[in-house]
Design a protein around this ligand. Structure first.
Ligand code: NOJ
Length: 680
């Protein structure tokens, strides 16, 4: 449909008084022009996804929400080097499945997740003889589509394009980062879809013209390139991350062999932000857990020999300021033990930091006594988190995975932060995008191998999460975000306050984030014009607002020692939840989350704010009725302000119940944190 027609249709559909009549008329027109359509509706009937074949045999779908068409007829299909699988299909049959189940998470924002959907699978035969099925799932809060090549004579397919598109009925506002944003470490920007001229990374969050929200992403990315999106002819279209040849982009996107299935293309459709963040479609679209014994996978808070390097008071490599020494680590381990922090990360413990290219993952620098530190950690009941920076050399890392994990396991290390600092990584297929098919395969191999050695992964410079943690819960957290470290050295002054209030509705909807909250010292002697744009209370609020089952408190122990009263919240706050809900928020402005501790009746509430100070009201209706809670409220003081006085805070204790409402002032760049412990 041309842009002109889209505008006409927009007007047509959104005319308020005549809306229903116009809708019925439009439905007749759509139905008449599409021949026989098949459709599937969500269990509550709010979402309908319809399927048809065009005259050319092109698969198409459209989506309706509460009887309004929200995505007009949109193409589906794949293009291969010698075969066009986007037309020339005939329908051979269909199958409808209803499914309603509940599963228990190993860790997460929710203890139990309901998976309730209706699925329509359309069986297609291509003129070449190839059979391809299209599965369309309708959930109460969105829908998903995927291509499945069932059992049939096996043959290789070289995919050069995927035709999946989203022909939205209005020019919604879209939050996104450009697809070549290095490591996904960019600031999210909002524009109408029609003005998005770049190709965009997946996901994209939409503020809908009717006040609702949508989230376009993918789920279950196993052996396929990551999806990117771009606007063309009024539709959001798919651009698969290409393979590179000698560092140059090629036409090839994926090498597959029939039978196989692509990742799911997924759209969450929500009336408001609480519904958007509560959607668990992406996890539901992933396969159940493949790790039999998950008892060793433990959510943990950790500190680390880390911020010192980014603030340049320490170095990764050996020298007078070397951070990862036995003496320093001993100090960190003891601090963790004294303050109920589960683990300590150490970066720069191993040989190779002189050139960031030739790392060893089994040879410590001479000033690091791994045997002694591992025994000490054990005696203190604190875990060591290993660090494997590869410098982007994925192929070399793959070659030593088994010996690396054997070494770590022998030293009782059950979590490793991996790193790939290089805009293009070197896989066994040569230089490739990390989110291309080769990179995706590498990350999966790391996760699967680590699981065999009972090692959890915190993947930095990753491919964007797609819910794989359901299948491999040892993939605990990932970077893929412009994180706290940018506040140490970014030439633009650091992350603006509105960055953190955007992330819960954009990047973090894709999965847990290793943002590394918890800066308590705001001076930056090396780059005085760069700093954390936050008050100390904002840093506490992040521990509730940003979900990660491996959650780092990133500052130095000596900085925490200056504010132990505030650090108490970090000691207490869990990183594994029974239930989570967004109390209030506006993308880029503020957000307030409430989360119930897993297997306990305690609640934690966190708020973070952008530059504009505001007063928040939090009704405590989520608390168990009739029970009293001992509350500790950590809030910005009267003069708090991220620029002029980030250290002004107040800590108050009170007794509260579900009938109470908290009234809390959030300073510019401010925030708050509340602990609510149920009384007997
Ligand atoms: C970039 C990562 O984001 C950071 O956390 C790490 O310290 C450095 N790479 C070194 O691996």
């Amino acid at each position: 449909m041309s842009k002109k027609n889209t505008t006409f249709v927009q007007f047509f559909y959104y005319s308020i008084t005549m809306k229903r009549i116009y809708f019925l008329l439009a439905l007749v027109l759509i139905t008449a022009s599409c021949g026989r359509r098949l459709e599937i509706s969500s269990p509550d009937k709010d979402i309908t996804v319809a399927f048809r074949l065009s005259e050319k045999g092109t698969p198409e779908y459209c989506a309706l929400h509460n009887l309004d068409t929200v995505i007009n007829w949109s193409e589906l299909g794949l293009v291969c080097d010698s075969l066009d699988l986007s037309q020339g299909f005939e329908k051979k049959g269909k199958q409808i499945v209803r499914s309603h189940s509940k599963w228990e998470t190993v860790w997460g924002e929710e203890h139990f997740i309901v998976d309730n959907y209706r699925e329509l699978t359309v069986f297609l035969r291509h003129e070449s003889g190839i059979r391809m099925n299209i599965a369309l799932r309708a959930y109460n809060d969105g829908f998903a589509v995927r291509y499945i090549f069932p059992e049939q004579p096996s043959r290789p397919l070289t995919i050069t394009d995927e035709k999946t598109e989203y022909r939205f009925m209005a020019d919604h506002q879209a939050w996104s980062i450009p697809w070549r944003t290095e490591y996904y470490e960019g600031l999210w920007t909002k524009d109408p879809l029609s003005l998005k001229t770049d190709t965009l990374c997946s996901p994209v969050t939409l503020e809908l013209s009717n006040g609702g929200y949508a989230f376009v992403h993918e789920a279950a990315l196993y052996d396929y390139p990551a999806q990117n999106l771009y606007m063309q002819d009024g539709a959001l279209k798919t651009y698969l991350t290409p393979w590179l040849q000698d560092g140059q982009v090629t036409d090839t996107k994926a090498y597959e062999t029939i039978p196989f299935a692509t990742p799911w293309r997924m759209v969450i459709w929500a009336d408001d932000l609480p519904e958007l963040v509560a959607s668990r479609i992406m996890l539901n679209l992933n396969e159940p857990c493949r790790i039999e014994d998950t008892s060793w996978i433990q959510p943990m808070k950790f500190i680390g020999i880390w911020w010192g390097m980014h603030m340049k008071s320490m170095t990764w490599e050996r020298g007078p300021k070397h951070g990862a020494t036995t003496t320093n680590m001993e100090r960190y381990l003891r601090f963790a033990h004294d303050h109920h922090i589960n683990a300590v990360l150490a970066e720069g413990w191993n040989k190779g930091w002189e050139d960031w290219k030739h790392f060893s993952f089994t040879e410590p620098y001479p000033d690091w006594d791994m045997g002694y530190l591992s025994r000490l950690a054990d005696s203190l009941n604190v875990q060591i988190i290993g660090h494997n920076e590869t410098g982007g050399n994925a192929a070399d890392y793959e070659a030593v995975l088994d010996e690396t994990y054997t070494y770590h396991q022998a030293h009782d290390i059950h979590a490793i932060k991996t790193g790939y600092v290089a805009p293009i990584i070197r896989t066994k297929d040569g230089l490739q995008f990390n989110k291309g098919q080769s990179g995706v395969r590498h990350y999966r191999q790391v996760i699967e191998t680590a699981a065999k050695y009972q090692i959890a992964i915190d993947n930095h410079e990753p491919v964007m999460p797609t819910g794989l943690q359901r299948t491999y819960p040892n993939l605990m957290t990932q970077e893929g975000v412009r994180g706290q470290e940018w506040n140490a050295w970014s030439a633009d002054g650091g992350n603006p306050c509105s960055h953190v209030t955007t992330l819960p509705f954009t990047r973090i909807l894709a999965g847990p984030v290793d943002f590394t909250p918890g800066v308590f010292a705001f001076e930056n002697p090396v780059m005085p014009t760069t700093r954390v744009h936050a008050t100390l209370m904002n840093q506490l609020g992040l521990f509730v607002c940003f979900y990660s089952p491996l959650q780092m408190a990133c500052d130095l122990p000596e900085n925490y020692e200056k504010h132990l009263d505030a650090f108490r919240f970090i000691e207490d706050v869990p990183c594994d939840w029974e239930r989570s809900l967004l109390v209030a928020g506006q993308i880029g402005e503020f957000c307030i989350f409430a989360r119930q501790q897993r297997n306990a009746d305690n609640w934690y509430i966190g708020g973070i704010n952008n530059e504009v100070s505001r007063d928040a009201e939090v009704a405590l209706s989520m608390l168990e009725k009739g029970k009293q809670y001992r509350a500790v409220v950590y809030r910005d003081g009267e003069t708090a302000d991220w620029q002029t006085n980030p250290y002004d805070y107040v800590i108050e204790e009170q007794t509260l119940s579900s009938k109470d409402t908290l009234h809390i002032h959030m300073a510019s760049g401010g925030g708050f944190a509340v602990q609510l412990k149920q009384q007997d």
